[in-house]
Design a protein around this ligand. Structure first.
Ligand code: PEP
Length: 250
């Protein structure tokens, strides 16, 4: 059984004061309710220390939204995996669709970022997903498996065993359109077949594959009931304690 993971990507929202208040509210709500899921909050860099303080003593974990692929040096404006680990982060997003499509990051850099996360003992949440045109032209499976292969191929199975995959169709992120559970489940199944080919059955079977894209409390239960969907990466609905807590099964 893979433990379900619910991660909240706050994107560029919540300063350190707002973030501390939200993290405290979420941690308190979870303490009262109890869940078997692993919960990860992913605030902006400058909010991370306040969130890490706020969740201290709870089971909630903290992750970053990005990292640089070098550990230190003359890379003005960048933050390394080593720094994130020292701060107390356990997870880091790599290749979120906004990094790929708004900032313009490509596979070569994402490959290096994935390895930097693993080298620094962070659990990368590696995001993949197709554009609307790619889905409509029947290329979604090829695009997504291509993204996984491009960055994950060549990792040792032991390294790969710490990777979390998040399938996030780009057309579903922040748009209010959610993939059907069937579509998400089919894509997760295809990704898992590729993981078997690359890393063997044991590694593939234990890899969590999350779904992300306009998940709301109303759509979460159906998605989480699917055996192929090992958790959720939540954007907009993670910015309020009530809606984020409403997504987490008890
Ligand atoms: C995300 O940011 O990863 C995401 C899925 O956003 P939203 O839930 O707002 O679509």
């Amino acid at each position: 059984m893979r433990r379900k993971i619910i991660a909240g990507n706050w994107k560029m929202n919540k300063d350190h004061r707002e973030g501390a208040a939200l993290a405290k509210e979420i941690a308190a709500g979870l303490a009262a309710a109890r869940t078997s899921c692993e919960i990860v909050l992913i605030p902006p860099f400058t909010t991370l220390p306040a969130v890490i303080d706020a969740i201290h003593g709870s089971a909630v974990k903290a992750g970053a939204q990005d990292l640089y692929f070098e550990d230190e040096g003359a890379f003005t404006g960048e933050i390394s995996g080593r720094m994130l680990r020292a701060l107390g982060c356990t997870h880091v997003l790599v290749g979120h669709s906004e990094r790929r499509h708004v900032i313009g990051e490509g596979g070569a850099d994402l490959s290096k970022k994935l390895r930097a996360a693993l080298r620094n003992n962070l659990r990368p949440i590696f995001c993949v997903g197709e554009l609307l045109g790619e889905r409509e032209s029947g290329r979604a499976f090829d695009v997504v498996t291509g993204q996984v292969r491009e960055c994950c191929e060549g990792l040792e199975p032991e390294e790969f065993s710490r990777v979390v995959i998040a399938y996030e169709p780009v057309w579903a992120i922040g748009t209010g359109k959610t993939a059907t559970t069937r579509d998400a489940s089919d894509m997760h199944g295809i990704i898992r077949i590729l993981l078997k080919e690359l890393f063997g059955t044991a590694a593939a079977d234990q890899t969590p594959i999350l779904y992300g894209g306009s998940v709301k409390p109303e759509s979460a239960a159906d998605l989480l009931a699917d055996v192929e969907i090992d958790g959720l990466l939540v954007g907009g609905a993670s910015l309020k304690a009530e809606s984020f807590l409403g997504i987490i099964p008890r």
